[in-house]
Design a protein around this ligand. Structure first.
Ligand SMILES: Nc1ncnc2c1ncn2[C@@H]1O[C@H](COP(=O)(O)OP(=O)(O)O)[C@@H](O)[C@H]1O
Ligand SMILES: [Mg+2]
Length: 210
């Protein structure tokens, strides 16, 4: 049976794409059929065929074992590298929970053992003035992996995010400590503290890669 995983993070630029790619490659090596999508991306550029493309979606498309056309990997491509509801507005579009729900369910691949979905930004991302992306994930009951960038301030970001995931009754598969900086002071102590506070498995500690 196909399983779906949502990759969220404590913030934007915490390593969601990096961890997604690592996870996909590992699952591929283990023999799973994988598909990955970035349903909603802001910060897209126009390619030679006049289509808007985004680096995250291209990385996911390349890392998954099931290759699908770009428009299936990233159905909602917004140009400006700003909050999605503002990027949508700049293009005369409006995002909604119903649109995201429909987009995700229509593009998941039943033949994949694992469908991985990368979120946009952090966990609480507005789609409009009254709906959040996290509410779509909660209503679809998609289990989540939380990527935590290990740096000063990560305890606050991670614990707040964890508590909100719990409050929304979203299954948390676990969290990943991503050492995104070369020399974070007390990084192992921060990771140990997060293990005490987050009652879900620490799925991995990813070292800083130069
Ligand atoms: N463990 C790591 N070591 C070094 N650089 C990293 C690591 N994880 C992520 N990065 C870098 O940090 C930046 C943000 O990562 P990315 O995966 O794009 O985050 P997100 O998807 O959350 O926006 C990228 O330049 C990426 O290469
Ligand atoms: Mg990303």
């Amino acid at each position: 049976m196909s399983k779906t995983i949502f990759i969220t993070g404590t913030d934007t630029a915490v390593g969601k794409t990096t961890i997604s790619v690592l996870l996909l490659k590992k699952l591929n090596r283990l023999g799973y059929k994988t598909f990955a999508m970035k349903p909603l991306a802001s910060g897209c550029i126009m390619d030679v065929n006049n289509n808007f493309i985004n680096d995250d979606a291209l990385a996911l498309q390349a890392a998954a074992s099931i290759f699908k056309p770009y428009a299936i990997v990233n159905p909602i491509a917004l140009t400006k590298p700003i909050a999605p509801h503002l990027a949508a507005k700049a293009m005369g579009k409006r995002l909604s929970g119903a649109l995201l729900t429909e987009t995700i369910t229509a593009h998941l691949q039943p033949e994949a053992d694992i469908n991985l979905i990368e979120g946009v930004g952090g966990w609480s991302v507005p789609l409009n003035e009254k709906e959040l992306f996290s509410e779509v994930i909660a209503s679809l009951k998609i289990p989540v992996i939380l990527v935590v960038a290990i740096k000063l301030g990560c305890l606050n970001h991670a614990i707040l995010t964890y508590h909100n995931i719990l409050q929304m009754k979203v299954p948390l598969l676990g969290w990943v400590a991503n050492c995104i900086e070369p020399d974070t002071l007390a990084s192992s102590e921060n990771i140990a503290t997060l293990k005490q506070w987050i009652h879900a498995p620490c799925l991995g500690i990813v070292p800083f890669r130069t």
